[in-house]
Design a binder for this molecule. Structure first.
Ligand SMILES: *Cc1c(COP(=O)(O)O)cnc(C)c1O
Length: 338
C-alpha cells in the first residue's frame, strides 16, 4: 500500500480486507468462507463466553528479499491448535484446513504485507471458539474457526534492545497440571493483573516461576525463557510451559552454530551462572534480557546494560530473521511460500 507508514507500526490491530471462517456443525467442519466484516454473531449462551472454550494461535508472514511471501512454520501452529482444542474438549480443525486458511488469508490481504526492509511483518491470528449454546458445563456442539491478519511493527517499542523483567511470586499464570502447555485465552486472563503490575513498575514483562514451589523457571507471559551459558543454550522444561515454535527453531539454529542445547528444569537460583538471558516467541522474536528483578528479596540479576544485547542472543536473532526474510537459505524447510 502506498503512503502507509510501515516503519512506525506498533504491535496493534489494523483492519484489513478479508478474514477466513470455517464452521463446525452437525459433527463436521464446513468449507472455508471468505468474509469482509470484522464482527461475528453467536448465541449469548456460547461456551466460549461462559466457560472459556477458546484457543488461539499466532504466526507471521514476511515479504522476502526476493519479493516472495513467506509464512513461518504454519504446520507447527496447526498441530498445536489441534492439541489445544483436544485438551479443552473442542472439535479440532484438521491441520490441512488450518494451513490452507492461513495461506488464503495472507494472499487475500497481500496489500497489507509490509515491504521487505521495513522491519514490520504480517501477524496472523487464528482463533477457535465454542459457539454452541450451553448453560450447564459441557463442551459445545458447534465451533467457529476464524483467522485474520494485521500488519505489525516490533512487539517491544524500542526494537531489538534488552528489556527489564520482574519475577511475580504473587500471581500464577498456570497451575502445575493445568492449561499452561496449551494456547488458550484463560491463561492470558490469569496473567493480565500480573502484567499490569509489572508495567506499573517499569518492567516490560513478567517471569513466572513454577507455581507449586516457586523454585524453577517456567516462562514469561507471552514468550519462552532461554539462557546462554558458555557454549550452551538452556531452556526450561515444565508441564506448564507453552511450547514455543520460535524456541524450537532457535534451538535448531543454536545446534547449527555448534552450540549444545539443553532442555530441563532450570532452578531460579541458577540465574547467577548465566552469561545471557532472553525471551522468545512469534511476537517477541528473540528479545535480550538486560536484568531480572526478584522483588521479594530485592535481588537483581544483571546480564547487560539496557543498550547492548548479549552477543550470542544477537547472533541467534539475526539468523532467525535472515531465514524468515529469505536472506539466508531455509535449510530446515520452515518456510511456506504463497
Ligand atoms: C504463544 C506463546 C509463546 C510463544 O510461542 P511461539 O510459537 O514461539 O509464538 C510463548 N509462551 C506463551 C505463554 C504463549 O502463549
Amino acid at each position: 500500500m502506498e503512503n502507509f507508514d510501515w516503519k512506525n507500526l506498533s504491535f496493534g490491530y489494523v483492519k484489513t480486507d478479508y478474514n477466513i471462517r470455517c464452521y463446525y456443525r452437525d459433527g463436521k467442519w464446513g468449507e472455508l468462507e471468505i468474509h469482509t466484516e470484522e464482527d461475528i454473531t453467536m448465541s449469548m449462551a456460547a461456551t466460549c463466553l461462559h466457560y472459556g472454550q477458546e484457543a488461539f494461535e499466532g504466526l507471521k508472514a514476511f515479504r522476502g528479499k526476493d519479493g516472495d511471501i513467506r509464512i513461518f512454520r504454519p504446520q507447527e501452529n496447526a498441530k498445536r491448535m489441534v492439541s489445544s482444542a483436544e485438551y479443552i474438549e473442542m472439535a479440532p480443525l484438521p491441520e490441512e484446513k488450518f494451513v490452507e486458511a492461513i495461506k488464503k488469508v495472507v494472499k487475500l490481504n497481500e496489500r497489507f504485507l509490509p515491504p521487505y526492509g521495513t522491519g514490520a511483518s504480517m501477524y496472523i491470528r487464528p482463533v477457535l471458539i465454542g459457539t454452541g449454546a450451553r448453560v450447564g458445563v459441557h463442551p459445545a456442539d458447534e465451533y467457529l474457526f476464524c483467522v485474520f491478519v494485521t500488519p505489525v511493527g516490533p512487539y517491544y517499542k524500542n526494537g531489538f534492545k534488552p528489556i527489564d523483567v520482574i519475577v511475580d511470586r504473587g500471581h500464577d499464570r498456570a497451575a502445575p497440571h493445568g492449561t499452561g502447555h496449551i494456547k488458550v485465552g484463560g491463561n492470558y486472563a490469569a496473567s493480565l493483573k500480573s502484567q499490569s503490575w509489572a508495567k506499573k513498575q517499569g518492567y516490560s514483562i513478567v517471569l513466572y516461576l513454577d507455581s507449586a514451589e516457586k523454585k524453577y523457571i517456567d516462562e514469561c507471559g507471552t514468550s519462552n525463557f532461554f539462557a546462554i551459558k558458555g557454549n550452551t543454550y538452556i531452556t526450561p522444561a515444565s508441564h506448564s510451559i507453552l511450547h514455543s515454535i520460535t524456541n524450537l527453531s532457535v534451538m535448531d539454529i543454536a545446534r547449527g552454530m555448534g552450540m549444545e542445547v539443553e532442555c530441563h528444569k532450570v532452578a531460579f537460583s541458577e540465574l547467577d551462572s548465566f552469561d545471557e538471558c532472553g525471551a522468545c516467541g512469534t511476537a517477541a522474536v528473540v528479545t535480550p534480557i538486560s536484568k531480572i528483578v526478584d522483588p521479594i528479596n530485592g535481588k537483581e540479576y544483571i546480564f547487560s546494560d539496557s543498550e547492548t544485547p548479549g552477543r550470542v542472543t544477537e547472533k541467534l536473532y539475526n539468523r532467525l530473521r535472515a531465514i524468515q526474510l529469505g536472506e539466508e537459505e531455509d535449510k530446515f524447510n520452515w518456510i511456506v511460500t504463497v
